[in-house]
Structures are given as C-alpha cells and as structure tokens.
Design a protein around this ligand. Structure first.
Ligand code: BGC
Length: 520
C-alpha cells in the first residue's frame, strides 16, 4: 500500500498535453504522446503528473472550457487512451492528477445550452443569470480576467450571464444544489477510473455573492494574479469570488475523495493579497482541500528575502506543508526568463531554482520544459493562440510563450514533438536545449533536475522535516530542514557575486547562484 500522505512531500510534474508529444501527426500533442514519453517523466524521479485538461472542448481557452466533463476530446484521443496512460503511469510508479475546471464550463456544454434556452427550463438556474439595470447595462461592476465586463447579454432570456473568464466560459452557479451534485458526480467518474487526485482550477471562483454586490476599488498591490495592465487588478474581489459558502462545498468534495484512500485535492487559488488567508481556510484541518498553490512566486522578484517573506505571509499553512510551491506553469512567463537579468547564466539560475524548490517544505510542482531550462518563447502576434494575449497585446502577450512544444531531439523536425507543423512554433533558441542533448551531460540542467529530485527523495528532512529560516546574510538565503535524526543546512546565493556565509561552525563560499545542501 502506498503512503496515503504521499502528497505532503510530492514532486508533481505538470504536463500541458497539447504541447508535450504529438502521436497523431496533426501538430497537436495528445494522450498517446504523453504515454510514449512517460519514461522521461519517470526518469526525473517525480511522484506524480498533473495533466492539464484533455476533456471535450471547443478549445477557446485550450481546454479550460469543457463541453463534456466525462469524455476525452478527439484531439487528445479516447477514454481508452486515458486508461492506457494511467495504467502505464502506475506501472512506472507515477500517480496521475487531472485538472478539473468546476467553476465554469464551455457555452457549448449541454447544461448551458439548456440553461440559456429559457428562464423556465430545468437548468435555468445552473448558471449566474441576472437582469440588466433599468438602463440596460450590466447588473454590477464585476470584470472578466480576460478583459471587459464579467457579464454577457443573452437576447433569448433577456438577461446577462456571468463569466469570470471568456464570454464562452459561463460561470456555473454552485449555490444550486443540483449543480454541486452534478460536479461531484464528475469527480466520482474520474476517481472510479483510477485517478490519484485533482488539480482544481480556479477553486476560489466556485461561488459569487448571491446579492451581486459591486466590488470596491483597490489600491495598487504586489499580487501577481493578473498583469498590472489588466483592470481586473484595480478591484478588491470581495464579491465575485472567494465566498464563504465554498467552505461547505469543499468539505462535500473532500467527503467524496475520502471514500477513495490516498487521493489528493490541490486547489489553484488566485486571490491577490488575500491568497494566503484563503489557502489557510481551504486547507484547514483534514476536511477540505489537502493543499493549494497561489501566484505568490510567479512575479519578477528574485532575491534572498522572497521565500522567508512568503512563508511569513502564509504562516502555519506553509510551515505545516499545506502550501504547494512552484515557479512556473502554463499561465506564467517561464522563471528562467522572468528572473534573469542581462549577463546572468541561465543554466546556473535554473540549477539554483530547482534545488531551492525541492528544499522547500510542502508539495512542489514543476512545469514541462523547465527541466531543460527553457526560456520564454517570443511569439509573433500572428502566431498567438491564447485569447488572453490576443486581447491585451502588446502590453501583455499572453501565455503562449510558455506553451510552445516540448523539445525532445535537437536535430529532428519540430524537435521531435511532431512530424506536422505544431500549433505553436518551435523556437530555434530551444533546440540546443533538447532532451537528447542534455540527458547524458553531467553538467546539464536536466541532470541537475534529476539530482535535485533524488536528493529530496533520499532525505527525510527535505521531504517532511521542519523548516527554520536563519538570518539573511546579504544575498544569501539560509534555512534548516530538520527531522528526527537529520538536520540539513540549505544555502542559496541569489547574488551575482561570490558570497561567503558565516555560520556558527563553518564559513562557506558560494559562487553567483551557487547553493549548498548538506548536513550541518
Ligand atoms: C487556468 C488557466 C485558465 C483559467 C480559466 C486558470 O487559472 O490555469 O489556464 O485559462 O483558469 O479556466
């Protein structure tokens, strides 16, 4: 029997299947492709894979707009392909976490088609419908993250519906008990198919204020949930999301999961400055979510003070290991590009980053391609596919720059991703970073990833020990990871100069972006 608390020290590798491996010769990655590349993932030494959505979808938001929660989109394959993937992953000792988008779905979902057909149908209240103001304008000031108001007019119902993301992604109304039941049935469907857990998309968007009160404005903030050029960040999101009713629903969801031992719920919380408080509530006790990730490490800030400050903001949640940490995912600029300054060595930076990540207390997520040290791709406007980027370009170029194809073989057409032209370009600058160039190179980023993950697996103090930050010395971050019988000193030089750490028992000199994890 595997450890039911495996998630507490898990290293989770995120696969964005559209860009991982095309097995179907159409320039789009698919589930068969992921299965084919499982040996690469297993060789990294990770515990689990989080697969971004592969469900039936019109793909307006690349699958985060689901039109059938219980089927695989033909673009990605079939349910049989998913069964084959999970069987092979389990054979290799890898767990499978799937992405569930429960706060909204596609406007092509049969539930929404029915809901919008009249004000009296059986699903009339399954979405957030509201009358216009007397002057015809939207019911309140709520905004969509992807631009414009969070309300779209429907001429049949003569009402607006709410959408936190695209107009084609209507928000489900979880105040309605039947909606909750239908969504929990989806969760059961996938648990019965053998998944090991769920990454819950936009988990704090499940409920809205039933009175539809206006959000107040908010002063400038350091939160990284949306780019600063997005007016969504000008509001304090008191009413359009993160409502107290969610706690009861999360408890129901946890009840469903607990009937299947060892399954995990990892929530995505985008709640601006309130994210730490929200994560604390969502992970309190053993009755809601197991853990959550936020956008707190997705900024451009990269210095020795960042991690201790974020841990201080999260408090007990972080020190108890319920915050999940990551530096990159499919929504943000790749961290090597985000953090590097001109003249920096990206290889050294990538190696420092992975050793820092595995040394943090709590589960961690990696994003495909970061194990190669891939930088963000620069995509021309005419090649953009992300509707968010197309809407806000050029001030914000969207998320395509981190979604380009995985780089397998430097000399193969399209880097071995596909034999057909991929849906996003393969940047020439990525080719020398291919897996086949790095896997036998002892100095490569890929080799450093394998070593760092192996280090975490072989040291109980890194996996589950306490974390204690030591006083910062210049650009040196120092902390202790400790468990019964093992005490590790973890040191990281965020500076661009050699630095010496003066410890009680020893002095240690680290090169720029150098690190040291050892007994001490
Ligand atoms: C996902 C995004 C997606 C959005 C809407 C998220 O936070 O990570 O990729 O566009 O939810 O579903």
């Amino acid at each position: 029997m595997s450890d039911p608390n495996w998630w507490q020290h898990a290293v989770i590798y995120q696969v964005y299947p559209r860009s991982y491996q095309d097995n179907g010769h159409d320039g789009l990655g698919d589930l068969g492709g992921v299965t084919r590349r499982l040996p690469h993932i297993a060789a990294l030494g990770v515990d689990a894979i989080w697969i971004s959505p592969f469900f039936r979808s019109p793909m307006a938001d690349m699958g985060y707009d689901v039109s059938d929660y219980c089927d695989v989109d033909p673009m990605f394959g079939t349910l049989a392909d998913f069964d084959a993937l999970i069987a092979e992953a389990h054979r290799l000792g890898l767990k499978i976490i799937i992405d569930q988008v429960l706060s909204h779905c596609s406007d092509q979902h049969p539930w929404f088609r029915e809901s919008r057909s009249s004000r009296s149908n059986a699903k009339a209240d399954w979405y957030v419908w509201a009358d216009p103001k007397p002057d015809g304008t939207a019911p309140n000031n709520w905004l969509s993250i992807f631009g414009g108001p969070a309300w779209e007019w429907d001429g049949v119902r003569m009402q607006y519906y709410m959408h936190s993301f695209l107009t084609s992604q209507p928000d489900l109304n979880l105040h309605h008990p039947e909606v909750q039941t239908a969504l929990l049935d989806v969760i059961r469907f996938w648990l019965d198919r053998g998944v090991d857990g769920f990454r819950l998309d936009a988990v704090n968007h499940y409920f809205h204020d039933a009175q539809l009160r206006d959000n107040p404005s908010r002063p400038p903030s350091d939160a990284h949930d949306v780019p600063e050029t997005n007016p969504y960040g000008f509001q304090e999101h008191l009413y359009d999301k993160t409502q107290p009713e969610n706690l009861d629903f999360l408890a129901r969801l946890r009840g469903v999961l607990d009937a299947y031992p060892g399954r995990v719920a990892l929530g995505e919380v985008g709640d601006g400055d309130r994210s730490p408080a929200t994560v604390a509530l969502y992970t309190a006790g053993d009755a809601r979510l197991h853990c959550c990730y936020t956008f707190d490490l997705f900024g451009v800030r990269f210095d020795a003070g960042l991690i201790p400050e974020v841990f201080a903001q999260f408090g007990e949640t972080a020190f108890a290991g319920k915050a999940c940490w990551s530096f990159s995912n499919h929504d943000v600029v790749r961290h090597v590009s985000r953090w590097a300054q001109p003249g920096d060595d990206p290889v050294a930076l990538a190696k420092l980053a992975i050793h820092l990540l595995v040394a943090l207390k709590g589960p961690v997520c990696l994003y495909q391609g970061e194990e190669l040290g891939l930088p963000e791709a620069d995509i021309a406007f005419e090649d953009l596919r992300d509707p968010y980027g197309i809407r806000f370009w050029p001030a914000f170029k969207g998320r395509d720059g981190c979604r380009t194809p995985m780089i397998w073989e430097a000399d193969a057409p399209y880097a071995g991703f596909s034999v057909a032209k991929p849906w996003l370009p393969v940047p020439a600058a990525h080719l020398p970073l291919a897996v086949d160039r790095q896997q036998d190179d002892p100095h490569s980023v890929l080799t450093a990833y394998r070593a760092a993950i192996a280090l975490r697996r072989s040291h109980p103090a890194l996996a589950l020990g306490s974390i204690t930050f030591l006083p910062q010395q210049g650009e040196l971050l120092a902390f202790i990871r400790e468990t019964a019988g093992e005490r590790l000193l973890c040191l990281f030089n965020f500076g661009r100069k050699t630095a010496t750490w003066e410890g009680e028992a020893a002095r240690l000199t680290l090169p720029p972006f150098g690190f040291h994890i050892a007994r001490g």
